[in-house]
Design a protein around this ligand. Structure first.
Ligand code: PMP
Length: 374
């Protein structure tokens, strides 16, 4: 008989847990994990390859443990210095010592939990939210405390304050815009959470670039708030999911705390070179964001016209309800070469916005599903 996980002397608190589990299926229209479905432009890819080639000439040495140049580039990106758009006002400008990066924002969040969570400590979150938040809590031995959202998946300032008063967590995880619901997160809610706790408040802004242009990011709240942490990723808007680069902005003291738990040289020289090169081309890498937002809004409008329940979304995906049998609808879409996400929310499915063509393929497939399964 094959050995099962249950036969192993695994940690008691990991027994019975499930791994992160988006199905990895290769179908024509993949709209299940909120990627940017637009490939990296060819000329940008060539420049990235040239940078990686250069980095390979010294790959016999360990990489810069402090990824100094990457942190400089990330600060410049967040300050708006790499694009023609708006720049952060001078009092909100970030310095490289406020930036930290790792292999995806998942690793950044794990390091944060290693430093500020762990056995005997707790993290408060508001499901439905990004499933890795509770999985990372489990992996680091941090107790996960789920709290209730308000209607339409929103979190009012009073709601976050009441949950913090009740549970006294060491860390508060907020996600804005929230995955899987797309719900905007109000800066008033972040301010209220910060004032209600002595712990860390972490805002996961993986989808920040898809917010309306005039909506303030949690980054604007950083001055004077040394326990506030804002995580971002190059996986979504930046079309860089396969390269694994996530980062956070916080007080330099928070960055010092992460140095205590990171593995030495955790960001490879090749990753650093690729990310720096990609950031040099920020406008080209982000050129598709407007198009993705348009396709997202089109999905919302057309799904609503088909009779499904939609929600306000500030991200690159749409949660929709009113699906009689999500499992059957998921399978029916798969048969038409379209994959979406069934997150186990009763009567709901989530779909990422694709290119215009992919979005059309999804909507056409959905109309056929709706005809047999209203
Ligand atoms: N945060 C949220 C809210 C996400 O949806 C995701 C990816 N699905 C991540 C973080 C992790 O992204 P990555 O590790 O690729 O940076």
């Amino acid at each position: 008989m094959a050995t099962t996980l249950e036969d192993l002397p695994i940690r008691d608190d990991l027994r019975g847990q499930s791994p992160y589990g988006a199905p990895q299926k290769h179908v024509r229209v993949q709209l299940n994990v909120n990627e940017n479905t637009h490939p990296v432009p060819e000329d940008v890819a060539e420049d990235i390859v040239a940078s990686i080639r250069q980095a390979l000439t010294t790959v016999n040495r360990y990489p810069d443990r402090e990824f100094t140049e990457l942190r400089r580039s990330l600060a410049a990106y967040l300050n708006g210095e790499l694009s023609t758009g708006e720049q952060l006002p001078s009092e909100q400008r970030l310095t490289p010592d406020q930036l930290w990066a790792a292999n995806g924002s998942n690793e950044v969040l794990q390091q944060l939990l290693q430093a500020f969570g762990g056995p005997g400590r707790s993290v408060l979150g508001f499901p439905p939210t990004y499933s890795m938040h509770s999985i990372l809590a489990a992996g680091t031995g941090t107790r996960w405390i789920p709290a209730q959202r308000d209607d339409e998946y929103r979190i009012a300032p009073e709601t976050v304050v009441a949950a913090i008063r009740e549970h006294q967590p060491d860390i508060v995880f907020l996600c804005g815009p929230n995955n899987p619901t797309g719900t905007p997160l109000d800066v008033d809610t972040i301010r209220a959470a910060y004032d209600a706790t002595d712990g860390i408040v972490m805002v996961d802004e993986a989808y920040a670039e898809f917010m309306p242009e005039d909506a303030p990011s949690a980054i604007t709240l950083l001055p004077g708030r040394p326990r506030l942490v804002v995580s971002r990723t190059m996986s979504k808007a930046f079309a860089f999911a396969g390269a694994r680069v996530g980062y956070l902005a916080a007080d330099p003291a928070v960055v010092d705390a992460l140095r205590l738990v990171r593995l030495p040289y955790h960001l490879s020289a090749l990753t650093q070179a690729a990310a720096i090169a990609a950031l040099r081309h920020a406008p080209a890498m982000l050129a598709m964001v407007d198009d993705i937002k348009q396709q997202r809004d089109r999905m919302v409008a057309e799904l609503a016209a088909m009779g499904y329940r939609t929600y306000e979304t500030w991200s690159n995906f749409v949660l929709f309800g009113g699906v009689a049998d999500p499992r059957a609808a998921f399978e029916a879409l798969l048969e038409q070469d379209v994959i979406v996400r069934d997150l186990g929310i009763p009567n709901h499915l989530r779909v990422s916005a694709g290119t215009e063509e992919e979005t059309t393929a999804f909507l056409d497939a959905m109309r056929r599903v709706a005809a047999v399964q209203p």
